[in-house]
Ligand binder design. Structure first.
Ligand code: NAD
Ligand code: IPM
Ligand code: MN
Length: 362
């Protein structure tokens, strides 16, 4: 029996996770996986309950689980809290506590959604990118950090961007191995013309590349990469980058697919894993049954693939999503004229129905 820890979080988190749970539960039954799902609190929900965005029992639950499914955390009601007490720190501590250093964010184009992208269809049609984002280092975790009032009476705030070579090497290996299973091209994104951290990044990635002679390595400065993602996104295969650049570039890349509500992710460490959509808690649409749950449902597919040894079921979930889009069902973020609007829950139900048809060979 495998254990799944589920943290719905805040804002749209509970809605998208409930919708994805319909799919996970359906697969669990149909495939006889005998999953045991446990629910815990992380983020603002945990702050409201006990004042800590990652209570010890939630971390423990995650450590004991075979996989974690997370919705999203954060919201305006917690924005005034000091940085260390904010909901987002619960997520960051969870990633660090599980040592989930490799965040895989596939940017896959759904042909049915070509019209939903703000870019012209001919620019995005052939896009298939895997963003490999380092997740437990960089300016997110570097010390010292803080804010103070200096002797001159001016307020200052500071963070530290830092990587050591071991951190870079292990994520580089993830990137190169992923490229070997794809189109064998890896573009490493840095700011080596300005920042020492990313100069080291470039050096170490170049060293690791020697172990993967079948993969073509290129380097690109992050500002150019941000531009190239809009100008000619189909040029990329694997995009390897650090924590902060990966955060920003993956939100940008999500628009190629039509919506940030379409991008799933897997955060992997040595033997541990968490699955989460790349988007946030979307406070502007929370509680309205409007959010797109497909990023979370596709994250469940990644969980089936990477943590539950159920590749065939992962593919079925992905095919079920395609089928639902083929049928013209859309949440509002990906809707276009002539499509059928569904809410968050109904979208989950539609994927479950499509899954049942696939299971019956229809
Ligand atoms: P966001 O990703 O929550 O929302 C950005 C925009 O995208 C909003 O207009 C939102 O409505 C839309 N959107 C996001 N997900 C959607 C979905 N599934 N379906 C349809 N539309 C969707 O980013 P933000 O507004 O900058 O941040 C809101 C809060 O979420 C903040 O507190 C932030 O810290 C937090 N956040 C959490 C995570 C996470 O938990 N992994 C990620 C990003 C942001
Ligand atoms: C993400 C989010 C998080 C990040 C925040 C909420 C800490 O933006 O998962 O992309 O920056 O990693
Ligand atoms: Mn982000």
């Amino acid at each position: 029996m495998k254990k799944i820890a589920i943290f719905a979080g805040d804002g749209i988190g509970p809605e998208i996770v409930a919708s994805a749970r319909l799919v996970l539960d359906a697969v669990n039954t149909a495939a006889g996986l005998h999953l045991q799902c446990m629910e815990g609190a992380v983020g603002g929900a945990a702050i409201d309950r006990c004042g800590d965005p990652l209570p010890p029992e939630s971390l423990q639950m995650a450590l004991e689980a075979d996989a974690v499914l997370l919705g999203a955390v954060g919201g305006p009601q917690w924005d005034a809290l000091p940085p260390a007490q904010r909901p987002e720190q619960g997520l960051l501590r969870l990633r660090k506590g599980l040592d989930l250093y490799a965040n895989l964010r596939p940017v896959q184009i759904f042909p049915q959604l070509l019209d939903a992208s703000p870019l012209r269809p001919e620019l995005v049609r052939d896009v298939d990118i895997l963003v490999v984002r380092e997740l437990t280092g960089d300016i997110y975790f570097g010390q010292p950090r803080g804010s103070e009032t200096g002797p001159d009476g001016l307020r200052r705030a500071f963070n530290t961007m830092v990587y050591d070579e071991a951190e870079i090497r292990r994520i580089a290996h993830v990137g190169f191995r992923a490229a070997q299973g794809r189109r064998k091209r890896l573009c490493s994104v840095d700011k080596a013309n300005v920042l020492e951290t990313t100069r080291l990044w470039r050096e170490v990635v170049t060293e690791v590349a020697r172990e993967y002679p079948d993969v073509t390595l290129s380097h690109m400065y992050v500002d150019n990469a941000a531009m190239q993602l809009i100008r000619a996104p189909a040029q990329f295969d694997v995009l390897l980058t650090g924590n902060i650049f990966g955060d920003i570039l993956s939100d940008e890349a999500s628009q190629l697919t039509g919506s940030i509500g379409m991008l799933p992710s897997a955060s992997l460490g040595e033997g541990r894993a968490m699955y989460e959509p790349i988007h946030g808690s979307a406070p502007d649409i929370a509680g309205q049954d409007k959010a797109n749950p497909l990023a979370t449902i596709l994250s469940v597919a990644m969980m089936l693939r990477y943590s539950l040894g159920a590749e065939a079921w992962a593919e079925r979930v992905e095919r079920a999503v395609l089928r639902v889009l083929d049928s013209g069902y859309r949440t509002v973020d990906i809707a276009s004229p002539g499509t059928h609007l569904l809410g968050t829950r109904a979208m989950g139900q539609a994927v479950v129905a499509a899954l049942a048809q696939i299971d019956e060979g229809i």
